[in-house]
Design a binder for this molecule. Structure first.
Ligand SMILES: Cc1cc2nc3c(=O)[nH]c(=O)nc-3n(C[C@H](O)[C@H](O)[C@H](O)COP(=O)(O)OP(=O)(O)OC[C@H]3O[C@@H](n4cnc5c(N)ncnc54)[C@H](O)[C@@H]3O)c2cc1C
Ligand code: SF4
Length: 505
């Protein structure tokens, strides 16, 4: 523990943002990072708890108190190495993770949590600036001669590729899109995650020996059966990209788009100046249906495209301002939050049921009819309020109501034995083998296994799946680092009990 009284002396301090009026002028990131001095104070607030709940709350099992200790004591390289030992892409999670670790932080019981996410952001960036994250390919002698194909290049596929390549296997990643990165590239907007950072990680993996092939849809351009023959193992990391639709009157009207079509189009036009953008929110009344992160990304993108007004509606009621009995510490607190995009000026309305789209004579959307609803929390259902339907005007409607499963249609048509799927539309796994499908050498990781989730979970799944594949290929327990747990650091850290045995990659 760096400073025994740090949590008493210092308050939580967080990164700040450029003002909304300034930041919506472009698609650049707008975070003003904490200074080195402020970061040291934040690290000093860590109490090095006997049972570090932060570490359990993190899907990667990041060893948070230990990197806080080294950051506070001035050994930033060591702090980064500890973070990197469990997290393949700290700069990415430092930007986009909702930080479940902070919800679990013991300090958060009666004070604001340690600013763990901001520390992660800083460690990732300082490592890049100092080239501590330079490519480090496994030696030729480490190569096993085994070949792994990974289908899908989102965070799950990339983390699995990184781990398996370091274990000595030859890895090739197949991606149907024109760029590597999955939702890190097309999905999460550039203002939240600069695409140069994603490209930086891809370049490192490539320099370390991972092969990439874009523009190749497995199941259409190459069959799953042929991959299974050519490679010793195949990982399906294809995400969960089927959007939930709203099949009500006038759904076919013009200017009603799925969020992902709108977001992908916007990012493509930033990355490729020969690309002609198909959609624009400029001068429009934009209505975003769905109150989650995807909806937020639509809001921020619409404002940057100079929308006249943006309204976001949500079926669920407004969450409480503070934890209630349904979300006790150390569980994630589903409280009312305002995302940076929502803070840019969106109007938010809760407990709304969309009854129909209203269309012009030319069959272009001009709004919705809706009914306010009242939720019964115990029965988990709602009733419509009496009275006639009300109207919201909109000339662009973005559907951001979540995802219903993976796009398996193409994969399945080329296999003799069908992949087993779950009722949630994801790929099923075998009992006692959480990453193994019913096809003998085929594995699954990320959203394709757990349903639409978080980047940090996708990385965690990619790492765990890599261990399962490594063990399958070598017919023995994998030597790749296992997800750490609180019990892996039994003794409280002090100057004489530093943990020197972390596996860095
Ligand atoms: C708009 C949006 C914003 C989000 N923002 C955040 C956020 O801020 N923070 C956060 O933690 N999480 C966020 N998420 C969730 C997060 O991005 C996902 O949970 C995560 O990317 C899942 O990773 P994955 O690797 O499993 O799948 P994906 O990232 O979806 O990658 C799957 C890849 O597989 C490819 N693929 C699919 N089928 C085939 C095929 N047959 N052949 C070849 N390639 C194929 C796809 O093209 C895609 O590139 C967001 C999600 C969305 C939709
Ligand atoms: S829960 Fe973790 S980050 Fe929070 S004070 Fe304890 S050890 Fe530090």
């Amino acid at each position: 523990m760096g400073k025994t009284t740090g949590f008493l002396e210092y308050s939580r301090e967080e990164q700040t943002y450029l003002p909304p009026k300034v930041r919506i002028k472009n698609f650049n990131e707008f975070v003003k990072p904490l200074t080195a001095k402020a970061l040291t104070k934040q690290a000093a607030r860590c109490m090095d708890c006997g049972t570090p709940f932060c570490h359990i709350g993190c899907p990667l099992g990041n060893i948070i108190p230990d990197f806080n200790h080294y950051l506070y004591t001035g050994n930033t390289l060591r702090a980064y190495e500890i973070l990197r030992a469990t997290n393949n892409f700290p700069s990415i999670t430092g930007r986009v993770c909702p930080a479940p670790c902070e919800s679990s932080c013991v300090l958060a019981i009666n004070k604001p949590a340690v600013a763990i996410k901001n520390i992660e952001y800083a460690l990732g960036d300082v490592a890049r600036e100092n080239k501590w994250d330079a490519a480090s390919p496994p030696g030729l002698e480490a190569r096993t001669g085994k070949k792994v194909a990974i289908v899908g290049s989102g965070p799950a596929g990339l983390a699995a590729a990184d781990q398996l390549n370091q274990a000595g296997h030859s890895v090739k990643v197949f991606e149907k899109s024109d760029r590597i990165g999955g939702l890190l590239m097309y999905g999460i907007p550039n203002f939240k995650l600069n695409k140069k950072l994603v490209e930086h990680e891809i370049a490192r993996l490539s320099n370390e020996g991972v092969a990439f092939q874009v523009g190749t849809t497995i199941g259409r351009d190459l069959s799953l059966a042929s991959l299974r023959k050519e490679y010793d193992a195949v990982i399906l990391a294809i995400g969960a990209s089927i959007p939930r639709d709203l099949k009500i009157e006038n759904r076919s009207a013009g200017n009603i788009l799925f969020a992902m079509d709108f977001l992908t189009d916007a990012t493509k036009s930033i990355l490729d100046n020969r690309y002609n953008r198909k959609y624009s929110a400029a001068g429009k009344n934009v209505l975003v249906i769905g109150g989650g992160d995807t909806g937020s990304d639509c809001i921020g993108t619409s404002f940057r495209q100079q929308a006249k007004r943006v309204t976001q509606i949500e079926l669920l009621p407004k969450p409480p301002a503070t934890r209630d009995e349904t979300m006790p510490w150390p569980h994630y607190d589903h409280i009312f939050r305002v995302s940076s995009s929502q803070a840019e000026g969106a109007k938010r309305v809760f407990s709304i049921l969309t009854k129909k789209f209203v269309a012009t004579k030319e069959h272009t959307v001009q709004g919705i009819h809706y009914k306010p609803i009242v939720w019964d929390h115990k029965k988990k259902n709602f009733t419509e309020q009496p009275g006639t339907a009300r109207t919201i005007q909109a000339d662009l409607v973005l559907l951001a109501m979540g995802f219903t499963g993976s796009d398996l249609a193409v994969l399945e048509c080329n296999t003799t034995k069908k992949l087993a799927v779950t009722r949630q539309g994801t790929i099923a796994t075998e009992q006692n083998h959480p990453y193994r499908t019913n096809l003998s050498n085929v594995f699954v990781a990320g959203d394709a296994r757990r349903g639409q989730s978080l980047v940090v979970w996708a990385i965690s799944e990619g790492r765990e799946c890599a261990r399962a594949v490594d063990s399958f290929l070598c017919a023995k327990p994998s030597a790749l680092a296992a997800k750490s747990s609180a019990s892996s650091r039994m003794a409280p850290l002090n100057a004489n009990s530093v943990h020197e045995n972390y596996e860095i990659r």
